[in-house]
Design a protein around this ligand. Structure first.
Ligand SMILES: NC(=O)c1ccc[n+]([C@@H]2O[C@H](COP(=O)([O-])OP(=O)(O)OC[C@H]3O[C@@H](n4cnc5c(N)ncnc54)[C@H](O)[C@@H]3O)[C@@H](O)[C@H]2O)c1
Length: 439
């Protein structure tokens, strides 16, 4: 670790708590264990494989990120979770169908079977296409939150954890807008007491986590921590929050391609995206109300990157459409098609077709890992509230009020790396480079 930083080392065990033990969560946990046992490499994880350049190009300083900043190592992680479906992580991984049973599930069966979901705070009103018996009972939403707090304390004690983080890997809830019940912590807690519909289960987890001193990252597009009440609580507790919606497949492609078009001042008339997927996430998104939450999350991306107000002649009239079709035969192996109608010199039209045969949870699992480790780092360095530097990982990055989100993957990456340099007292890298040519 760098000598000039006040960052406390990542000593002891880090408990990673996952509401939702479905495809993403089990792929994440099994993957970490496979890497720990030397069966696999952590491909796609920036914290595990990424390097960071320090100083001038002539200095040849390019350490691993995990050598540069003190992150918990994979050996220090312990997993727990909640799910209304009582399957343990082994059964859930088999059911998710992401990992090959013989290669990656059976060899880890002992590890996965030991992770059993705690009873969830779940309400069908917020996720219509799902049901399960492993659910907490309580008279009020506050009471349910208190039960989660007990789970958190018990988990920490039973597993001898020094610190915890929570990453939401549960289903997408129905579309909700921030309202009066979310305006302040006081109003939020009063709404919990009267079982107001404005308080979704994901918010109850976030509330419980923050009350227990646990950072919270939101992997789904739900409102969850994107409300003033929870942000106040995070600030009061000195804890980081981040969101929302893991940037895994099609949106990752968008935030790679759109900055390139804009960089070269190529125009765009339309961008049509459609997906077929057949996992449980796809079934949940088959409900229009959950789809709306996802759609909102996916739609903002292009507009923020292309800035039509600044470039009306290039991007003033973009037709952007996103579809998600539930198609069970594909399971987790989604296919995403994109058609881009672009135009160039003298307005001549061109087309780009992308056919991404991706594996959603394979792309999302390393994001969940990186978020767990970086959120723990943020907490140890005393960064509280919204962690915009983690926008890199999200489809709809949370920002301070009044700021537009930064969607461009390359700007997000620079922001992330410069934040790490800043934390460790290293100089920012601007890529100016004129000094190499001065006499
Ligand atoms: N797979 C990806 O690449 C990807 C990308 C971005 C976002 N996401 C989001 O991540 C989430 C998880 O995706 P997945 O593919 O693992 O879905 P999944 O359906 O396999 O798993 C979600 C799990 O959450 C559980 N759940 C639902 N409500 C809950 C609650 N209130 N408390 C605890 N558990 C609850 C469900 O029973 C299910 O087991 C979804 O919201 C999805 O939209 C996934």
């Amino acid at each position: 670790m760098s000598s000039h930083s006040g960052v406390t080392p990542a000593a002891g065990r880090l408990g990673v708590l996952l509401p939702g033990m479905g495809a993403v969560a089990t792929t994440f946990m099994a993957g970490v264990e496979a890497v720990r046992r030397g069966m696999s490499r952590p491909i796609g994880s920036v914290t595990q494989l990424g390097h960071i350049r320090l100083g001038k190009r002539t200095e040849n300083r390019n350490p691993f990120i995990h050598e540069f900043v003190p992150l918990a190592s994979l050996d220090q992680l312990v997993f727990g979770g909640w799910d209304p479906i009582p399957d343990n992580a082994y059964e859930s991984a088999v059911n998710a169908g992401v990992l090959q049973r013989h290669e990656h599930i059976e060899p880890l069966a002992d590890f996965l079977k030991a992770i059993r979901p705690m009873p969830a705070v779940f309400d069908k009103h917020y996720v219509k296409k799902l049901d399960g018996p492993n659910v907490k009972q309580g008279a009020t939403k506050r009471e349910l939150g208190e039960q989660l707090r007990e789970d958190i304390r018990r988990f920490k004690q039973e597993h001898g954890c020094d610190r915890l983080v929570m990453v939401w890997c549960a289903s997408t809830e129905i579309f909700m807008k921030p309202g009066d019940a979310h305006a302040t912590l006081e109003k939020f807690e009063a709404a919990m007491d009267r079982n107001d519909d404005a308080i979704a289960p994901s918010m109850i987890y976030a509330w419980a986590a923050l009350q227990e001193g646990v950072p919270f990252a939101n992997g789904a597009p739900n409102l969850t921590v994107d409300i003033p009440a929870i942000q106040q609580l995070a600030k009061r507790q000195g804890l980081p929050i981040a969101g929302k919606d893991f940037k895994s497949g099609q949106t990752l492609m968008k935030t790679i391609l759109a900055p390139g078009l804009k960089a070269r001042m190529l125009g765009l008339n339309g961008w049509f995206s459609t997906n077929i997927l057949g996992n449980r996430d796809g079934a949940v998104l088959d409900d229009p109300e959950s789809f709306k939450t996802k759609e909102e999350s996916k739609l903002g991306v292009i507009e923020h990157i292309l800035q039509p107000a600044i470039h009306p002649e290039l991007y003033g009239n973009v037709y952007h459409k996103v579809r998600i079709e539930y198609y069970p035969p594909r399971g987790d192996n989604k296919e995403g098609w994109d058609n881009l109608d672009i135009f160039g010199w003298l307005g001549y039209p061109m087309q780009i077709k992308v056919d991404f045969l991706c594996r959603d949870s394979i792309l999302a699992a390393p994001i969940a890992l990186d978020l767990a480790l970086f959120m723990d780092l943020a907490r140890r360095v005393g960064m509280s509230g919204i962690q915009e530097w983690l926008s890199f990982y999200f489809k709809s990055p949370m920002t301070a009020p009044g700021l537009y989100p930064e969607h461009d993957l390359f700007i997000q990456q620079m922001k992330l790396k410069n934040t790490l340099r800043h934390l460790m007292g290293e100089e920012q890298i601007t890529h100016l480079g004129l000094d190499y040519y001065q006499e």
